[in-house]
Design a protein around this ligand. Structure first.
Ligand SMILES: NC(=O)c1ccc[n+]([C@@H]2O[C@H](COP(=O)([O-])OP(=O)(O)OC[C@H]3O[C@@H](n4cnc5c(N)ncnc54)[C@H](O)[C@@H]3O)[C@@H](O)[C@H]2O)c1
Ligand SMILES: N[C@H](CO)Cc1c[nH]c[nH+]1
Ligand SMILES: [Zn+2]
Length: 429
């Protein structure tokens, strides 16, 4: 854990450097896997699954019987919890649906916008370090609400080729159409190009480690869209003396336990609070089953003491955290001033785990500073906005001369003709 006292702006870049591997670190292997999957399809998928996941793949696709057996294995209690989360996530994402927007821009010129679902989507569900079945809720629920027709899911197999039963149960509950036991770069490449077994999709969604994240970014070179770069978890908490040090420590540890490359940061105007959270982290860490992982992330955790709320807010916007928790008396100052964050949690009783699982908001969020330009997954992520126009005789007579002039000025005679022919035709009537 490193502590900084009122660091000058010139130091922020260095202090807040993410611990994840960079694009350059992993691009070579990404290129290699993509090139082989493109030419050899399932054979290459199997080769890299054996190499990276230690499993010899025969059947990529999860069978109906496997799903049915898995559903039996999930406890009723867990099923009920998943259903409660699904209900809240559905409510929040259904509420994001928008009406058709229509306007007569000029007499006789009617323009409108309608949204249509992306027909084929691919969901990546992380499974290297923990089987994140909650991510299925975050992706398949809005995909179904949007009306996506094909919802493909890829997730890494365990060493014996199995998929966690809760993943199969949740996929079934949320309307996933096909499940493949493939993870990592090879899964992203397979959904990009399509193989004999795995369909090509139009857009790939989902979080993952740095290999998965760079693979998704690389996939965009091949006519596939992605939701956003959603890599190793990040959390920044701003807290003052009104915060509960134990709660703050538990939040920081909740994201630290995702992986050694998670990044957690605490910003505070109170030295006493920073001291108390440090002690709490040390105590709570001892009890965690994933202590070894969390400890590594905590080693590069940053504790930043700031004299002024204004500078603290500047630093937070500069960093652009994936998750931002506000536990301060003047919470409105931060909630109104935050410009760059994936998801914001306000008050002492809004732990990040609530958004990870069940409050209703989406947990697939931009990391690595991408909160500055990307939204987290939401209903619109699964849709395209299409524009329509209907132009009457009056309409083309009104705007036609302007179009003719503009087309001529651009040197595009055929464009002009498309209007002139119509205007002439009307004159001759
Ligand atoms: N940003 C978000 O919205 C969000 C949400 C949930 C989880 N996450 C993050 O997702 C990540 C999940 O990572 P994970 O590792 O547990 O699962 P993962 O499924 O993302 O990655 C596992 C796969 O990585 C591949 N891999 C492992 N080592 C490799 C190597 N050396 N070379 C090439 N490929 C290799 C393997 O094929 C394996 O199947 C965590 O970092 C977590 O913080 C982010
Ligand atoms: N915190 C992760 C997003 O960065 C999501 C998650 C899933 N399960 C638990 N947490
Ligand atoms: Zn989490």
């Amino acid at each position: 854990m490193k502590r900084f006292n009122n660091p000058a702006r010139e130091k922020w870049l260095e202090i807040l450097k993410r611990p994840t591997q960079s694009l350059e670190d992993v691009e070579e292997i990404v290129k290699q896997v993509f090139s082989e999957v493109k030419t050899k399809g399932d054979l290459a998928v199997a080769k890299y699954t054996e190499l990276f996941d230690n499993f010899k793949l025969n059947d990529l696709r999860v069978s109906r019987e496997e799903t049915e057996t898995a559903i039996e294995e999930v406890s009723e209690e867990l099923k009920e919890a998943i259903k409660l989360a699904k209900s809240n996530i559905s409510k929040f994402h259904k509420a994001q649906s928008t009406e058709r927007v229509s306007v007569e821009t000029s007499p006789g010129v009617e323009c409108w916008q309608e949204k249509r679902a992306i027909q084929k989507v691919g969901l990546y569900i992380p499974g290297g370090s923990a089987p994140l079945f909650s991510t299925i809720l975050m992706l398949a629920v809005p995909a179904s609400i949007a009306g996506c027709k094909e919802i493909i899911l890829c997730t890494p197999p365990s060493k014996d080729g199995k998929i966690d039963p809760a993943i199969l149960y949740t996929a079934e509950l949320c309307g996933v159409t096909q499940i493949f036991r493939v993870g990592g770069i090879q899964a992203i490449a397979a959904m990009t190009f399509g193989t004999d077994s795995i369909p090509k999709v139009y857009k790939i969604f989902g979080p993952g480690n740095q290999f998965v994240t760079v693979a998704k970014q690389y996939a965009t070179r091949y006519n596939v869209a992605i939701d956003m770069p959603a890599g190793p978890s990040e959390l920044l908490v701003v807290a003052d003396d009104s915060a509960d040090a134990g709660f703050v420590a538990s939040d920081l540890l909740s994201q630290a336990e995702h992986g050694a490359d998670s990044q957690v940061v605490l910003v505070s105007t109170s030295e006493a609070l920073l001291d108390a959270v440090k002690v709490e982290i040390e105590n709570q860490l001892e009890e965690l089953p994933r202590k070894a992982i969390a400890q590594q992330a905590i080693e590069h955790c940053r504790f930043i003491s700031m004299k002024l709320d204004e500078t603290a807010l500047d630093l937070i916007n500069y960093y652009g955290p994936e998750h931002f928790i506000i536990c301060t008396e003047n919470e409105e100052f931060y909630s109104e001033g935050i410009e760059n964050a994936g998801s914001v949690f306000i008050g002492n009783y809004a732990p990040e785990s609530a958004g990870d699982y069940a409050s209703g908001t989406n947990h697939t969020l931009p990391t690595n500073g991408y909160a500055k330009q990307y939204s987290g997954v939401n209903l619109d992520s699964f849709m395209k906005a299409m524009s329509f126009q209907k132009i009457s005789v009056e309409g083309i007579q009104k705007i036609g001369p302007a179009i003719e002039l503009m087309a001529e000025a651009e040197g595009l005679q055929a464009h002009k003709n498309a209007v002139s022919l119509r205007l002439k035709n009307l004159k001759n009537k």
